[in-house]
Design a protein around this ligand. Structure first.
Ligand code: FE2
Ligand code: FE2
Length: 215
C-alpha cells in the first residue's frame, strides 16, 4: 500500500515536470478565434458589409476557377490554374470562418454567383488558355483594387484596432496581385479583343461588388 502511494505520487511529479519542460498549456481556451476587435453597432455594420462582399468575391473566384478547370483540366495550363484555385479555396475558407464566428449572413446572391462564376470561367476558357488568363487578369485586378480600398478605409479608421483584419486582407490582396501577374505572364494580352473582354468582366465585377454589399 505504502509502495503504491509512493509510485503514484512520483508519477504525478514526473508528469508535472514534463508539462513544465515542454510548456504545454494546461487549459485550452474555448473562445472562438476572431479577427474582429470589440466594436460598436455602427462599426459592426460596416465590418459585416465588408466581410459579406469579400466572402462573395472569394466564392465567385472559386467558381470561376472551377469553370476554367472544367474546360482546361486536361491541358498544360491545368497545374497553374489549379495552384491559383487552391489559394482561392484557402481565402474562401477564411471568410467562411469569419462569417460563422461573427454571425454574419452571406449575401443572398450566392446562388447567382455560383452559376455566373462557373459560366464566366468556362466560357473564357473555351477561348483557350489566353481567354482564361484574360479573365483571371480582369477579375484579380478588380479584387485587388477592392481589397486596397478596404485597406485604406480600415487604415483611416484605426490601424491598431483592425490590425488582425488588415493582416488577413493584405495577405489575400498580395495573393490576388500574384494571380493577376501570372495571367499577364501567360499571354492574357495576346487574346484578340482582350481590352473589350477585360472591361466587360470588370463592369460585371463592379456590379457584383455593389450588389453583394447590399443584398
Ligand atoms: Fe481570393
Ligand atoms: Fe485570386
Amino acid at each position: 500500500m505504502q509502495r503504491a502511494a509512493y509510485t503514484t505520487d512520483s508519477l504525478v511529479k514526473r508528469w508535472l515536470r514534463h508539462r513544465l519542460k515542454c510548456r504545454a498549456p494546461l487549459q485550452v481556451s474555448m473562445r472562438p478565434y476572431s479577427v474582429f476587435p470589440p466594436v460598436d453597432s455602427e462599426e459592426k455594420k460596416m465590418l459585416d458589409r465588408m466581410m459579406r462582399v469579400d466572402h462573395a468575391g472569394e466564392y465567385g473566384a472559386n467558381r470561376i476557377y472551377a469553370g476554367q478547370m472544367a474546360v482546361l483540366g486536361r491541358s498544360r495550363s491545368a497545374p497553374l490554374i489549379q495552384e491559383m484555385w487552391e489559394q482561392e479555396k484557402k481565402h474562401l475558407k477564411k471568410f467562411d470562418e469569419i462569417l460563422a464566428v461573427n454571425r454574419i449572413r452571406p449575401t443572398a446572391l450566392l446562388p447567382l454567383w455560383n452559376v455566373a462564376g462557373f459560366l464566366l470561367g468556362a466560357s473564357t476558357a473555351l477561348l483557350g488558355k489566353e481567354g482564361a488568363m484574360a479573365c483571371t487578369v480582369a477579375v484579380e485586378e478588380s479584387i485587388s483594387e477592392h481589397y486596397n480600398s478596404q485597406i485604406r478605409t480600415l487604415m483611416e479608421q484605426d490601424p491598431d484596432k483592425y490590425v488582425e483584419l488588415l493582416k488577413v486582407i493584405k495577405e489575400f490582396r498580395d495573393d490576388e496581385m500574384e494571380h493577376h501577374d501570372t495571367g499577364l505572364e501567360h499571354e492574357a494580352e495576346s487574346l484578340p479583343g482582350y481590352w473589350l473582354l477585360k472591361n466587360a468582366i470588370q463592369l460585371g465585377c463592379k456590379f457584383a461588388i455593389y450588389t453583394s454589399q447590399r443584398i
